[in-house]
Design a protein around this ligand. Structure first.
Ligand SMILES: Nc1ncnc2c1ncn2[C@@H]1O[C@H](COP(=O)(O)OP(=O)(O)O)[C@@H](O)[C@H]1O
Ligand SMILES: O=C(O)C1=C[C@@H](OP(=O)(O)O)[C@@H](O)[C@H](O)C1
Ligand SMILES: [Mg+2]
Length: 174
């Protein structure tokens, strides 16, 4: 059995989309911390944030991370998973952590085309393009610090998966 692979990065970088495709390519299981949270509570992210605030959501997110961690599993995390240092330590100790890196304007374009507001309530109250600049200015360093590998996510999902497979096989060979 192989260690879990954690995908981290900002909203819209493709953790959920690419994570599913990567799991199929590897023959791994797939989990998503937001899907787990929504299925286990039967509530949306927006509903949890509205009633418990972001602090309440973040506590539940940490519990979800632990609950979905299993061998031979690709795990798509929520974009704010790295905000708690304990989550970063946990991921690095239990598996391989990969940052799907993309510029704010690319993220904003994807999120504007497909906002999924129940999954992504506003973080700052600002328009998406401004929000992504602000979020990356706060988190880019945290994503880099937490990651074992950084992948350019500004390519097609197929290209991102190919690059992930290459990086993982190089890491295993070394
Ligand atoms: N590499 C990519 N190129 C173009 N669009 C993408 C890519 N990855 C994801 N998307 C699109 O961006 C949106 C957000 O993707 P998602 O996988 O939910 O990101 P995340 O889980 O990181 O927030 C979706 O509409 C998805 O189809
Ligand atoms: O960036 C964030 O703080 C969040 C990202 C979302 O997940 P995705 O990154 O999968 O969109 C979801 O966990 C929640 O809305 C908070
Ligand atoms: Mg996601």
């Amino acid at each position: 059995m192989s260690l879990p692979i954690y995908l981290i990065g900002a909203r819209g970088c493709g953790k959920t989309t690419v994570g599913m495709a990567l799991s199929q390519a590897l023959g791994y299981a797939f989990s998503d911390t937001d899907h787990f949270l929504q299925q286990s509570t039967q509530r949306t992210v927006a509903d949890i944030v509205a009633t418990e605030g972001w602090d309440g959501f973040r506590q539940r997110e940490t519990q979800s991370l632990m609950a979905v961690t299993a061998s031979s599993t690709v795990i798509a995390t929520g974009g704010g998973m790295v905000l708690a240092e304990g989550n970063c330590d946990f991921m690095r100790e239990h598996g391989t952590v990969i940052y799907l890196n993309a510029e704010a304007k690319v993220l904003a374009a994807r999120l504007e085309a497909y906002p999924e507001q129940e999954q992504r309530p506003t973080l700052t109250g600002r328009p998406i393009a401004d929000e992504m600049v602000e979020v990356l200015s706060q988190r880019d360093r945290l994503y880099h610090q937490a990651a074992h590998h950084v992948i350019n996510a500004m390519q097609t999902p197929e290209q991102v998966v190919r690059q992930l497979l290459q990086t993982l096989s190089l890491a295993r060979a070394s």
